[in-house]
Write a protein that binds this ligand. Structure first.
Ligand code: SAM
Length: 373
């Protein structure tokens, strides 16, 4: 008899969390024969991961689940907000626009965008548990008139929304979860108004990453397994996908490339000396060895007591692996070794042509790369 999944009232599915790490060969991360099944089962990979990881993200990071650049003297929360505002500014968002947030997490960035630019934001997310929290936090913030949420798979956006129904679309650290970039970017292209802008902070491996080398493959797998990502891919593929579905690239930059005094991965590294405020110290401490031991033991107890679903502890363990991979990749880059493998954030937008129409797929000549800063 087929097993019926137990879905908790908050939307979490315990079987999915318990099954999560079996999508990888965790014993030897330099090997991988499961990539095709992970890509096919992307929805299970993502939901299993976020059902287990969401509360840990909120505990160890914030309600905005993304990386950003850090400046000395700037609080962690302010840096996260600045990176959202930067995206809004680059996309030229204007008050009153209807904007889609693709893969909206628990709604931190959607609230940030709504407040900063006074836009109407619709957040989509495949994960029910996160959506419940997003709705609650948005109500608590008094933003429910401006920010709404819908459960949807971003690979099927055009089934959920009318074509051309958004003035702008953004995605922050979310489309890396897609089974294919062509698929998700193609859907975004459809629901975006002609001439509209798509802004994305994407995760990709650098061109120096060579998946034929076991150590490079292992690094990508560490990031995948601990972040719920079916497959890490090179940045080149993101560019190709954007162009192939009809976008032109107006602006792109690698936010991991800057020689920042406080590197983007410092909180994952648990480097207390980089914390900027007393509260940052608490956040960063949670990623130090002592902080990790306490989380590790606390989570184990919480799971035994039934306070979190079974399998949550396991997902927490995979997150430690990802943190290692991300820091390793970030460091290799900053120490200027020949390759690095993490967190590239090109910023990309649709073309605002004079006629206001989106460019078609043959317009690769419109490709324009502008480095700012
Ligand atoms: C790293 S989180 C980023 C969340 C949010 N953008 C933020 O910065 O706080 C990735 C998000 O993408 C969502 N996601 C992944 N795959 C998805 C899919 N196929 N459809 C819709 N949402 C998806 C996840 O559930 C999660 O909320």
């Amino acid at each position: 008899m087929p097993q019926i999944a137990q879905i908790a009232l908050d939307g979490r599915v315990s079987e999915g969390i318990q099954h999560y790490s079996t999508h990888w060969q965790i014993k030897d991360l330099s090997e991988d024969n499961n990539v095709n099944s992970r890509v096919e089962e992307y929805a299970d990979v993502v939901n299993g991961y976020y059902d287990g990881a969401t509360e840990l993200y909120e505990y160890g990071w914030a309600r905005s689940f993304h990386f950003c650049r850090f400046y000395k003297g700037e609080a962690f929360a302010a840096a996260l907000a600045r990176s959202q505002h930067y995206l809004a500014a680059k996309m030229s968002l204007r008050p009153g626009m209807r904007v889609l947030d693709v893969g909206c997490g628990v709604g931190g960035p959607a609230q940030g965008m709504a407040r900063f630019v006074n836009v109407q934001v619709v957040g989509v997310n495949i994960n029910e548990f996160q959506l419940g929290r997003a709705v609650r936090y948005t109500r608590e913030a008094g933003l429910e008139e401006q920010v709404s949420f819908i459960k949807a798979d971003f690979m099927k956006l055009s089934k959920q929304f009318e074509e051309g129904s958004f003035d702008a679309v953004y995605a922050i650290g979310a489309t890396v979860h897609a089974p294919t970039w062509e698929g998700v970017y193609g859907e975004i292209f459809k629901v975006l108004k002609p001439g509209g802008t798509f802004g994305v902070y994407e995760w990709a491996m650098t061109e120096a990453w060579d998946p034929s080398l076991p150590s490079h493959k292992e690094l990508a797998h560490k990031i995948e397994i601990g972040s719920g990502i079916p497959e890490m891919r090179p940045l080149r593929k993101a560019r190709e996908a954007l162009l192939s579905v009809g976008f032109s690239i107006k602006h792109e930059e690698d936010l991991a490339e800057y020689p920042d005094e406080v590197p983007w991965y410092y909180p994952l590294e648990g480097k207390l000396s980089n914390a900027q405020t007393a509260w940052d110290l608490v956040t960063v401490w949670r990623n130090t060895w002592s902080g990790k031991i306490i989380t590790h033991c606390g989570l184990w107890v919480a799971e035994k007591l039934g306070m979190v679903p079974k399998g949550t502890w396991d997902v927490g363990e995979t997150m430690r692996i990802a943190a290692e991979g991300l820091v390793e990749g970030g460091k290799r880059k900053s120490s200027r070794l020949t390759w690095s493998g993490t967190a590239l954030y090109p910023y990309v937008s649709g073309d605002l042509s004079e006629t206001g129409s989106r460019v078609n797929s043959s317009s690769t000549s419109a490709f324009k790369r502008v480095m700012t800063l």
